[in-house]
Design a protein around this ligand. Structure first.
Ligand code: ADP
Ligand code: MG
Length: 207
């Protein structure tokens, strides 16, 4: 995650810096197209993309003891402990605080509680992009992705559990933020570029 610990910024200053950057939550089922769209947002808007799943997988790849525990949890299609994910996201945000125009927080919050904790420790989102696709579409895309992704959770059994958990735990997140008027629903059944047009509209309206 770049940078040396000796360069660690004083958390008080950091909070100021992050406060000025726009925070966008990107929420949607597994395989809905969050990562695909975030990549395009990074290219066009220079936002920092932080995928909670990618951060966790990097920890697994490091071979640490914590990584081994995380790997087992993810392989079961379950959620890893809240504090672990939040600390990782916060550290990654700190690392980019000087250069970031905004943050795409991809795959987080997975449950309402995660959103509440994020706001307590970091800040409030300006926008929630709700990347919506049918469950059949998500399954199809994930199985295809699984052919090359090397992701141990892109298999039929784990996909089913991830989808169940998504509907149960994550959809309430959308309702939670809807009451604040910051949710923009994106139809992710369309072609990537058509989906991206909707994403751009939502982001452009932020300014
Ligand atoms: P997520 O990050 O939400 O799990 P990804 O962005 O990794 O989803 O997308 C899952 C798979 O679906 C990828 O293989 C990606 O190439 C494909 N995909 C994403 N968006 C679309 C789309 N709009 N149309 C067709 N395939 C897509
Ligand atoms: Mg992803």
């Amino acid at each position: 995650m770049g940078g040396c610990c000796s360069k660690r910024i004083n958390p008080a200053n950091l909070d100021d810096k992050i406060k000025d950057a726009k925070i966008i939550f990107v929420v949607g089922g597994p395989g809905s197209g969050k990562g695909t769209q975030c990549e395009k947002v990074v290219a066009k808007y220079g936002y920092t993309h932080l995928s909670s799943g990618d951060l966790l997988r990097a920890e697994v790849a490091s071979g640490s003891a914590r990584g081994k525990e995380l790997q087992a949890t993810m392989q079961r299609g379950e959620l890893v402990p809240l504090d672990t994910v939040l600390d990782m996201i916060k550290d990654a945000m700190i690392a980019k605080a000087d250069v970031s125009k905004g943050y795409l927080i991809d795959g987080y919050p997975r449950e309402v509680k995660q959103g509440e904790e994020f706001e307590k420790k970091i800040g409030a989102p300006a926008l929630l992009l709700y990347v919506d696709a049918k469950s059949e579409t998500m399954v199809k895309r994930l199985l295809k992705r699984g052919e090359t992704s090397g992701r141990t959770d892109d298999n039929e059994e784990t996909i089913k559990k991830r989808l169940d958990l998504y509907y149960k735990a994550t959809e309430p997140v959308i309702a939670f933020y809807e009451s604040r008027g910051i949710v923009r629903k994106i139809d992710s059944e369309l072609q990537v570029d058509e989906v991206f047009k909707q994403v751009c509209q939502a982001i452009d309206n932020l300014k």
